[in-house]
Design a protein around this ligand. Structure first.
Ligand code: HEC
Length: 303
């Protein structure tokens, strides 16, 4: 009985093995192909890869055809890991914003109290706030009234609502500028290039009415007219107010508004990293000191 079982199972195993070898024989590999087919397959591969490469290259040249310029990298005072913002530039930039950009752009996330000790004394910031009229109320008779601004007030909004803003700007909505620097590819480099980049359109490009040619703006035409010109305002610290100086200062100011903790953040990073480095050295030494006994011991066994 056992012999029969043994024989039949051995036969089953033999059969199984032969069926596996049949399957193996069915595989097709590149090695087994004839030389002609190899050449044909390689050519098909090259043509496909070349086609994809051509499609990518054509796509890029189409983008270049739209004449959209990428802003160059400028050496900002605050670009480095350990560099603080140029506070005098931030202060000048505030006046550029207030006297030029604030006519159209809101800054809904900035309060006058943010200016205190950033680049103004408390009294100066109070005087700035008092220059604007803020709607407050209701009073005892249930009426809204206007009063001079206080440190706790926001920067004023030039328009009552987005529809009014569009209506005053030929349909284009001036964006809120508080966080515009991190909101745009290129950051302050882009803002600076945009403000100084207005020029005549190149031959062959017609610009519609009510828009302005600016190669740095995606699409090439922007609803905002050139805002900065030489000497358009006067600085109280005597800095010559050239167009590029105004643009640099307002870009630095816009970096500050998007990140009022900029300097504190870098200072904290320096402190934290130096303390952690010191702790790491101490921990490493202590670990070696403690483990040296365990690491250098020798275990022997005696019969
Ligand atoms: C006369 C009104 C007006 C003034 C003044 C003005 N802007 Fe604008 N700004 C606009 C409008 C309108 C748009 C929207 C343009 C569009 O979408 O085509 C705009 C858009 C922008 C944008 C966004 C561009 C983008 O990539 O979407 C920035 C940044 C900007 N302005 C910065 C400034 C700065 C800085 C100043 C002050 C130096 C300023 N603007 C002054 C009307 C103005």
């Amino acid at each position: 009985m056992a012999a029969i079982v043994g024989r039949s199972s051995r036969q089953a195993l033999l059969r199984a093995r032969s069926s596996i070898s049949c399957q193996n024989a069915g595989f097709v590999t590149f090695k087994n192909q004839s030389t002609g087919r190899k050449i044909a397959l390689a050519a098909a591969g090259i043509v496909t890869t070349g086609g994809i490469g051509l499609a990518v290259a054509l796509n890029q040249s189409v983008l270049a055809g739209e004449l959209e310029l990428h802003p160059p990298k400028y050496p900002w005072n605050h670009s480095g890991y350990l560099d603080a913002l140029d506070v005098t530039s931030v202060r000048r930039g505030y006046f550029v914003y207030k006297q030029v950009c604030a006519a159209c752009h809101s800054m809904n996330y900035m309060y006058y109290r943010n200016l205190v000790d950033a680049f103004m004394t408390e009294d100066e910031a109070k005087a700035e706030a008092a220059e604007v009229q803020v709607v407050d109320g209701p009073d005892e008779e249930g009426k809204m009234f206007e009063r001079p601004g206080k440190l706790a007030d926001k920067f004023p909004n030039p328009y009552a609502n987005p529809e009014a803003a569009r209506a005053a700007n030929n349909g284009a909505l001036p964006p809120d500028l508080t966080f515009i620097v991190p909101a745009r590819h290129g950051g302050e480099d882009y803002i600076f290039s945009l403000l100084t980049g207005y020029c005549d359109p190149p031959a062959g490009i017609t610009v519609k009415e009510d828009v302005h040619y600016n190669p740095y703006f995606p699409g090439g035409t922007i609803g905002m007219a050139q805002a900065l010109y030489n000497e358009i305002i006067e600085y109280d610290d005597g800095t010559p107010a050239t167009q590029s100086q105004l643009a640099k200062d307002v870009s630095t100011f816009l970096r500050w508004t998007s990140e009022i903790e900029h300097d504190t953040r870098k200072k904290t990073a320096i402190k934290t990293l130096s303390i952690l480095t010191l702790l790491m050295v101490i921990t490493y030494y202590f670990k070696r000191h403690r483990w040296t006994v365990l690491k250098s011991r020798k275990l022997t066994s005696q019969k």
